[in-house]
Design a protein around this ligand. Structure first.
Ligand SMILES: [Zn+2]
Ligand SMILES: [Zn+2]
Length: 421
């Protein structure tokens, strides 16, 4: 595969030298961001730090306030060439930190009407620090840089607060991928599923689409001792829950792509001997193929309605599409894997399984070819399978992984820019 791949850029040794020199500052930035996390659409301080940094580096353009708090910077190289985009997400989660580090977050904020602890439990602090580092490396190489680099610092990847718009979709709507239009976009995510020193990658469908549903089953209230006088929404809901489990197991070609239908909440009734009027259920749908995704949606609705009808109940099914499938462009991935292998060293760029989590990086990939890969942050010698996962209050980042993230993103950008000559 490496023979077909893009060769190392002419600036490759300079990137490595600059990255090593920057490592301590990137870690310091990450700790500062970690101690001062901000929720989606509220990344005011973070965005301010990013914008100041990009301006100090002398970028040709720095746009702020994109999709609320997003920052888009443009660096024009001295040599003519194409445009590449690099993306980092900036938001933290409503999670109360339980990691024992001196820079642990003690921040609290309001989230959907309730006070919550705030923590960078998904590692977006690392993504911001890494991309700030990459911007500094590439700004220092401007005289040798072929083409332009767009730096996209995006808010609200973890979904915006209720009732607000935000994230990658809104960044695109507000022009993040225009003027100039990039020919490719790259992004990374730190993960506890891998050890420090490794890069995980996959071509094609890589992370799942994520959609929500809400099913309201309307019955007819009656005494629990006389069910024949009403319509029981609890028994009907139980049948719907089991029915929904047949959609994937009996209806989907799981040899093609996997899928998941989960009912996560079910609420109804107030007392053991009263059959209630109504039961509400919510759940999530994950898939790796847009056709299967639409098929599952149709089946959730028709099956729930048919079961309810057969039970003489009524049923209202609301489906809400979230993030699309994160699809790594196969050609772009194939071209860039040799770069990751070179940067990580022999055997350290590893093909990883699909992830049923979702990413709004997928919205960018619908517009330009994109490649999203994973950087290990579980300490070497520890079993990643036993590490606390991203989103856990105990999610731990070994900062030794940040240097590889910074080098990977900078090399991928420069190799791609020069490979397009
Ligand atoms: Zn996350
Ligand atoms: Zn994340």
């Amino acid at each position: 595969m490496s023979e077909q791949g893009i060769q190392a850029s002419t600036v490759a040794p300079l990137i490595d030298e600059a990255a090593r020199a920057l490592e301590a500052r990137v870690i310091a930035w990450r700790r500062d961001l970690h101690q001062n996390p901000e929720l989606g659409n509220r990344e005011f301080r973070t965005a301010g730090i990013v914008a100041d940094h990009l301006r100090k580096l002398g970028l040709d353009e720095v746009r702020t306030g994109v999709a609320h708090t997003g920052v888009v910077g443009l660096l024009k190289g001295a040599l003519p060439g194409p445009v590449v985009a690099l993306r980092a997400d900036m938001d933290a989660l409503p999670v109360t930190e339980q990691v024992d580090v001196p820079f642990a977050s003690k921040v609290k904020a309001m989230w959907n009407g309730e006070e919550a602890g705030v923590m960078h439990a998904c590692g977006h602090d690392c993504h911001v620090a890494i991309l700030m580092g990459v911007a500094e490396i590439l700004a220092g190489l401007r005289a040798q840089l072929r083409g332009s680099v767009k730096f996209i610092f995006q808010p609200a990847e973890e979904t915006p607060p209720e009732g607000e718009e935000g994230g990658a979709k809104l960044m695109i709507e507000q022009g993040a991928l225009e003027n100039p239009v990039p020919g490719a976009i790259f992004g990374l995510h730190v993960t506890s599923r891998q050890n420090v020193g490794t890069i995980g990658w996959r071509a094609g469908p890589t992370m799942a689409s994520s959609d929500r549903f809400r099913i309201t089953v309307q019955g007819k209230q009656t005494h629990g001792a006389a069910p024949w006088l009403g319509v029981d929404p609890i028994v009907t809901s139980a049948q719907i829950v089991l029915g929904l489990q047949t959609i994937v197991s009996r209806g989907m070609d799981i040899a093609k792509e996997p899928a998941v239908v989960t009912v996560g909440t079910i609420k109804g009734g107030v007392r053991e001997n009263i059959i209630p009027d109504e039961v509400q259920m919510t759940g999530t749908i994950r898939s790796f193929d847009e056709g299967m995704r639409d098929d599952i949606h149709e089946r959730v609705k028709s099956l729930a309605e048919a079961i309810a009808h057969g039970s003489r109940a009524c049923c209202d099914v609301r489906l809400r599409k979230g993030y699309p499938v994160t699809v790594n462009d196969p050609k772009l991935t194939e071209a860039m894997v040799p770069t990751l292998e070179r940067v990580a060293g022999a055997g350290n760029a590893i093909l990883v399984p699909k992830v049923t989590g979702a990413e709004d990086f997928s919205f960018y990939q619908r517009i330009v070819p994109g490649f999203f890969f994973f950087i290990g942050v579980t300490p070497q010698g520890q079993d990643p399978a036993k590490a606390f996962a991203n989103h856990s209050p105990k999610f731990f980042v070994d900062e030794a992984g940040l240097l590889l993230g910074m080098r990977a993103l900078a090399h991928v950008a420069c190799d791609w820019l020069e490979g397009r000559r």
